[in-house]
Design a protein around this ligand. Structure first.
Ligand code: NI
Length: 144
């Protein structure tokens, strides 16, 4: 066990206390530990994990941006093996929100997601990866 001393700005400390109250943490060390574990697991899955996964990619873009909508569609067609479905929402007269559901090897899913998010005019990109082969468990399920 190692001990750290952490310095926080007052505003961040207040936000942290509010987070603890909201989530029912009464112990600061425990709350920090939970945050750290969650974040590190997300980081690992977002950057390193290999093997089968499903993932959800969301981003916002301006459809007035030159040929961007077409470039995004072209990229998704080029990776149709990874793209399960795309939902497109017209947020206002210029901005669109797209959510792309992906399935495949995590390294390929990540690479494709990064490619989409790197397109100029794509903002607020966020990838949520769930590791594991979906539907390949060997348990006996009874669906009634
Ligand atoms: Ni739109």
């Amino acid at each position: 066990m190692q001990r750290f001393t952490i310095s926080l700005q007052d505003s961040l400390a207040q936000e942290f206390d509010a987070f603890m109250a909201r989530t029912g943490h009464s112990n600061r060390s425990e709350a920090i530990r939970d945050l750290l574990l969650t974040h590190l697991a997300q980081q690992r899955e977002a950057t390193q994990a290999m093997g089968p996964c499903v993932a959800n990619l969301s981003y916002v873009y301006d459809h007035h941006e030159r040929e961007l909508a077409e470039r995004l569609a072209r990229l998704q067609h080029a990776h149709h093996d990874l793209t399960i479905a795309t939902t497109h929402v017209h947020l206002d007269h210029s901005r669109c929100l797209e959510t792309v559901m992906l399935k495949g090897p995590a390294e390929q899913v990540r690479q494709f997601a990064n490619q989409l998010m790197a397109e100029r005019g794509v903002h607020h990109g966020q990838l949520n990866v769930v590791m594991g082969q979906i539907g390949a468990d060997t348990h006996h399920h009874h669906h009634d």
